[in-house]
Design a protein around this ligand. Structure first.
Ligand code: AMP
Ligand code: TRP
Length: 366
């Protein structure tokens, strides 16, 4: 069960990942080997950033060793906010290429694009009809995003997004859903909808558990280390991207904000900038933070930055190069995704048929 130690029990308080790492008071409910897991990441930028890479993709890569893993690119979710069609198409392919380059093994795992599996949208409608208006409008992400977009311009799609996500999950009857903490509430809704559907219409869905990764769970902005690294960053220099050149990576790390004083130690409160650099170092090398701190006793921030640039380039460079190779042959990449969608449909289609039958839809004659 590498990569996963902590799961959220329903209703548990939101804890800082750091707390989980140190306390780990929650019982691990990681399923037995061979159990199924499913996760997805939106194709919302040309490149994954280091937070996505470390906080999500690396975890997926370790998860696929032990579990029957389904990973997909939720392009249907990608139109819940205004978007450009050509960008969406390109980003869907780019994201797939980065997943494979980052280590998703398409022989072992099932990798697909959401819109290639129509069952997702079909089940989403049914789940939407058993979700309360209040329940949907209480979702934190909806409240945040609709506030940002303005209540009048926010789409109904943004409101129904969690029901689509519930459909993504429930169609595959997974045991676990590896997600970042920001998605925990949506997995919780999926659990509630599964239970509600099963109760009203008969047992159809497995009630899945969210899994929160144990390490490298949070990477902060290089220019603003109090804020999570995110594609909505105020400065592009705050983001390390998987598709960045070696030079861009080195330059961004060199200009990263550090803290007063010269001591290199891990202290999120007093030294957010240096602590973030240490977390990144630890995440890309797999070495413990304490070990990295020990190595830099008596050294300057500059030393840490030079070495950090080297280890980040060593980690991301080959992923970027491999992704570019894959993107150079889009037909082959699209063929891989088509095979993934076919494998996904073999699982999703009978589950949708069962849900349709149970909800009372008259089956079409064969
Ligand atoms: P997003 O780009 O916000 O759609 O993020 C997709 C997933 O990447 C999240 O659910 C997290 O698992 C992970 N992630 C995003 N930002 C970070 C970050 N700054 N640190 C760690 N993980 C992150
Ligand atoms: N909503 C998730 C995000 O923005 C992506 C996602 C869509 C997802 N469907 C999912 C994640 C199903 C896990 C399972 O990050």
């Amino acid at each position: 069960m590498s990569g996963i130690v902590a799961a959220w029990s329903p209703g548990c308080d939101v804890m800082e990942i750091e707390e989980i790492m140190t306390q780990n008071t929650h019982a691990s409910v990681a399923p037995e080997a061979g159990a199924r897991v499913l996760s997805g990441m939106q194709p919302s930028a040309d490149s994954l950033h280091l937070g996505n890479y470390v906080g999500a993709l690396l975890n997926w890569v370790s998860v696929q060793e032990t579990y029957d893993a389904f990973f997909f690119i939720p392009d249907l979710h990608g139109i819940t906010a205004p978007h450009d069609p050509a960008d969406l198409r390109a980003r869907t392919r780019n994201t797939a290429a980065q997943f494979i380059a980052g280590g998703i093994d398409v022989e072992r795992s099932t990798l697909f694009v959401q819109s290639h599996v129509p069952e997702h949208a079909q089940l989403a409608w049914v789940l939407t009809c058993i979700t309360g208006m209040g329940e949907a409008s209480r979702m934190t992400q909806f409240k945040d995003k609709s506030l940002r977009q303005g209540a009048d311009s926010a789409s109904v799609g943004l409101l129904s997004y969690p029901m689509l996500m519930a459909a993504d999950i429930l169609l595959y009857r997974p045991h676990g859903v590896p997600v970042g903490e920001d998605q925990k509430q949506h997995v919780e809704l999926a659990r509630n909808l599964a239970q509600r559907f099963n109760q009203r219409f008969g047992g159809t869905f497995r009630v899945p558990d969210p899994f929160i990764p144990d390490v490298g769970a949070r990477i902060y902005d290089l220019q603003d280390p109090g804020t999570k690294m995110s594609k909505s960053a105020s400065s592009p220099n705050g983001l390390l991207n998987v598709m960045d050149t070696d030079k861009q990576i080195a330059k961004k790390i060199k200009s990263a904000v550090t803290d007063d004083g010269a001591e290199i130690r891990f202290d999120r409160e007093a030294k957010p900038g240096v602590s973030n650099l240490l977390s990144i170092y630890s995440a890309v090398t797999g070495r413990a933070v304490a070990d990295v701190v020990a190595q830099y006793q008596g050294k300057l921030y500059g030393h840490l930055k030079v070495d950090l640039a080297e280890v980040v380039v060593a980690a991301l460079g080959p992923v970027r190069d491999r992704a570019q190779q894959l993107l150079a042959d889009p037909a082959e990449l699209d063929a891989l995704l088509a095979r993934g969608a076919q494998k996904a449909r073999e699982v999703a289609s009978p589950v949708l048929a069962e849900a349709y039958a149970n909800v009372g839809f008259l089956p079409a004659a064969p």
